[in-house]
Write a protein that binds this ligand. Structure first.
Ligand SMILES: NC(=O)c1ccc[n+]([C@@H]2O[C@H](COP(=O)([O-])OP(=O)(O)OC[C@H]3O[C@@H](n4cnc5c(N)ncnc54)[C@H](O)[C@@H]3O)[C@@H](O)[C@H]2O)c1
Length: 329
């Protein structure tokens, strides 16, 4: 298929671009490089467009034939979404409305959307499936849920199909270790723990150790970025019919506490990682673990990297490559 990938220069998008190319698809990336990187792209065209610029977007898509769009482009920092909600609504909601409008004008019939566990808010049960109530507790999650609702409305009227993939915690780096996570600021635990270990980041802070979990620290479901990539390849391949709205939760179904993740990072690096315990962060539920039974059944998707040790090791290999070869510090 001929596919457009928005946000393809970012972390999850760039891994998915590689998986799509490996699966034989023809890929064009659309990105404003606000948090993405030119170096993350190989063997594909880059359209430099900001999704908030509807005129430019329509001009760029006019006359181009794409079979589908995978839409990763978004702002995704919970803290920033609280301090600057308009930026988040403009970028994530208006940006997606512009994209879907341009797709309808250009006759592009299918979209895979990067959604998030943040749409669920505080969990009501241990494993979060697709039917779990949606009650986001931060602005970022609210913008993603607004987009899901918008997409569902559009599929009802426009002969357009949308699949929302709700990732839990994306983590790890590709096997070749030449592609991985590089956000600035970085808010994710694994890269921050590894950078603290390497002496290239801030000292590590653990946010709260008095949660109702076995060791008092937050429990999360870490899904390897290459497994997310393979879910996207499966999802776009499945979208044959028009007018269908679908959702899938993507995780491993295994929860790891912050302390367990730090221990896995210590094992990967081969040394102790010092940390201090700070107060809880607002909007952090104690436990978030996915039920991905639906994705496993309907997309025939099976995460191949299911242990935190493997995820931490791949992230450490990338961290070493990044420092030595890309000189990003
Ligand atoms: N990383 C995670 O753990 C995680 C978890 C759940 C959901 N998600 C979602 O997955 C997607 C990708 O996340 P990521 O971690 O790869 O983020 P990222 O910041 O690395 O990538 C986002 C990409 O989108 C681009 N972009 C942002 N706004 C744009 C705009 N207006 N126009 C054009 N390009 C724009 C950025 O330049 C970047 O390349 C996001 O939608 C995010 O909300 C991520």
């Amino acid at each position: 298929m001929k596919l457009l990938v928005t946000g393809g220069a970012g972390y999850v998008g760039s891994h998915t671009v590689r998986a799509l190319l490996e699966a034989g698809h023809d890929v064009t990336v659309l990105d404003n490089l606000s948090t993405g990187h030119r170096w993350a792209l190989q063997d594909c065209e880059l359209m430099s467009v900001d999704l908030r610029d509807a005129l430019h977007l329509n001009q760029q898509l006019k006359g181009r034939r794409f079979d589908g769009v995978l839409h990763f482009a978004a702002k995704s920092l919970v803290g920033e979404s609280k301090s600057n909600p308009i930026l988040y609504y403009q970028n994530n909601v208006t940006g997606t409305a512009n994209l879907v409008d341009a797709m309808l004008k250009a006759g592009i019939p299918r979209l895979v959307f990067s959604s998030t566990a943040a749409i669920f808010g505080n969990p009501k049960r241990d494993l979060i499936d697709e039917k779990h109530p949606k009650a986001p507790i931060n602005v970022y999650g609210q913008t993603k849920l607004t987009v899901e609702n918008m997409l569902e409305s559009v599929t009802k009227s426009a002969g357009f199909s949308a699949t929302c993939l709700r990732y839990f915690n994306a983590a790890g780096a590709n096997n070749a270790a030449n592609l991985g996570e590089w956000h600035d600021p970085e808010t994710h635990l694994i890269p921050n723990a590894l950078r603290a270990a390497a002496g290239t980041g801030q000292p590590l802070t653990l946010f709260g150790d008095d949660y109702p979990t076995p060791d008092g620290t937050c429990v999360r479901d870490y899904v390897h970025v290459d497994d997310l990539a393979s879910a996207h390849v499966a999802a776009i391949g499945k979208m044959r019919k028009r007018g269908v709205f679908n959702t899938h939760n993507l995780g491993n179904g295994n929860g790891y506490s912050v302390k367990e993740v730090i221990a896995a990072c210590e094992a990967a690096v081969g040394k102790e990682i010092p940390y201090k315990v700070g107060p809880r962060r607002e909007g952090d539920p104690a436990t978030l673990v996915a039920s991905s039974a639906k994705a496993r059944k309907r997309l025939n998707w099976e995460p191949k990297h299911d242990g935190i040790a493997e995820i931490a090791e791949s992230a450490w290999r990338w961290e070493c490559y990044r420092r030595d070869k890309l000189v990003l510090r």
